[in-house]
Design a protein around this ligand. Structure first.
Ligand code: PGA
Length: 255
């Protein structure tokens, strides 16, 4: 059985005043009836990780990061290592988000090194994969996902230290989502590939969906077979919307 997780990715949004959002979300979660049926994680910009991780009274909210460097330290101006993120209080890090693959030219190999760095530092690696619109229209979604898993998953990846995020590139920030059957098929493809690659432990690895998750579609997305949670961008920026998504989580565990 896999416990669902709702992960918020703030991207390059948020300043110190955002601690108010975190406090309000924490209050809402503490008094929620029934209590949330899922794990909850926020990935603010790196500048806020320490403040968020140390924030009093934010209850069950885990704090993650959005990217890391592959090396533990060194002459890499402007970079932040996985060890530093752990030091700041993060318990996880997103790697291979499509914005970094596209805008920063990150390859599967780079993503794999970053995920390995996350594991080395004791962080959960949230490894993002997903097809572009062109790849989808050409009927290549399954092939692209398999190749990305093959290239991006480091050896040593386990259900305990890794989450896979299926994020169709064309669904991110666009308000469009795949049909439920397409999401189910993609998650199934990923699961089969993960089992081939690391064995039966992959049955317990969480595969979350990301791309235009909103309060009004979260319940339906989280009810799709094989969807073990969601990765939320825009709708995670306001605590009411994020709380509504968390509240849409089915009470029964996935699978
Ligand atoms: P979105 O972003 O929810 O704004 O589409 C998702 C993501 O990029 O992780």
């Amino acid at each position: 059985m896999r416990r669902r997780i709702v992960i918020g990715n703030w991207k390059m949004h948020g300043f110190r005043e955002s601690l108010g959002e975190l406090d309000a979300l924490g209050r809402a979660l503490r008094t929620a009836k029934p209590p949330p049926a899922c794990e909850i994680m926020l990935c603010p910009p790196a500048t806020l990780i320490a403040a968020f991780a140390g924030g009093a009274g934010h209850g069950p909210i885990l704090i993650g990061a959005q990217d890391c460097h592959a090396e533990p330290n060194g002459a890499f101006t402007g970079e932040i290592s996985a060890e530093m993120l752990a030091d700041a209080g993060a318990c996880a890090v997103i790697v291979g988000h499509s914005e970094r693959r596209t805008l920063r030219g990150e390859t599967d190999e780079m993503v794999r090194s970053k995920a390995a760095a996350a594991h080395r530092a004791g962080l959960t690696a949230i490894i993002c994969v997903g097809e572009s619109e062109v790849e989808r229209d050409a009927g290549n979604t399954g092939h692209v996902l398999k190749m990305q898993i093959r290239g991006s998953l480091p050896s040593g990846a386990t259900a305990a230290n890794t989450i896979v995020a299926y994020e169709p590139v064309w669904a991110i920030g666009t308000g469009r989502t795949p049909e439920p059957a397409e999401i189910a098929e993609a998650h199934d493809t990923l699961r089969v590939r993960l089992v081939q690659q690391i064995g039966t432990d992959a049955e317990a690895m969480r595969i979350v969906y990301g791309g235009s998750v909103k309060p009004d579609n979260a319940g339906a997305l989280l009810a799709i077979g094989g969807v073990d949670g969601v990765l939320v961008g825009g709708a995670s920026l306001h605590w009411q919307e994020f709380f509504a998504i968390v509240s849409a989580c089915p009470l029964a565990p996935a699978a």
